[in-house]
Design a protein around this ligand. Sequence first.
Ligand code: COA
Length: 214
Amino acid sequence: VVSEVAARATQLLSQRFGDAIRVVVSDIEARDDDLLEAERPHVARAVPKRRYDFAAGRRLARTLLGPDVALPSMPSRAPAWPPGVRGTIAHAGGLCVVAVTEAATSLGVDVEPWTPLAPGTARLVLSEAERASLGPNADLDAKRAFCAKEAFFKAQWPLAQLRLDFLDAHVALFDDGFEIEPIVATPPAIEGRHRGFFVTVDDYVFAGLVISAS
Ligand SMILES: CC(C)(COP(=O)(O)OP(=O)(O)OC[C@H]1O[C@@H](n2cnc3c(N)ncnc32)[C@H](O)[C@@H]1OP(=O)(O)O)[C@@H](O)C(=O)NCCC(=O)NCCS
């Protein structure tokens, strides 16, 4: 059973990602019985919540890529997508989102409960300049900025494999999107500003980002 929130999020994210990208959101079920052999070792010693999160991502990936597609994790913890596929996974607050494409682009997605980011955390993930540019609902905006940075981290990984810290990129927020730019030396593939989008549904915020692998 797909909740209304998950169904609506799937619809809105599909619109924002566009035709070349398939995306689906679901509620996270308390089960991991459908993990494939190649996937099980990655969560064999994990707590149940982590196993259910991991399994939800694999289940959704299979709805997009086919029932036999195994998705082990690499040592970096990024998923090992099948040849020719680029994808991204996020989970939080009982929701899981997976986006995939066969196009020459790199994807990043994140989902967070859209609650205020504690000021102490905001100071760790946002620079003074970023914090100064937040709107009147600064703590909620800070959560959007955090979400955008996590999505960017995932999107840059297949192209640049940088262990970026939160303060290594600058994000500027708009009503329904953001621009993010690394402020440390990077490979050309991820240099410059990248435009991403937000989708908000109920008490959740999603950030999505596509980096063209040109
Ligand atoms: C990797 C990271 C972004 C994942 O975010 P998270 O909030 O812990 O968890 P999420 O549910 O959103 O995402 C987890 C998924 O990200 C994916 N992921 C993990 N490492 C990844 C990597 N190096 N590259 C791409 N995707 C990765 C995996 O699919 C993972 O789910 P799975 O293990 O079930 O397959 C986060 O753990 C992290 O290291 N953040 C610090 C760095 C950062 O964000 N810097 C900001 C730069 S501006």
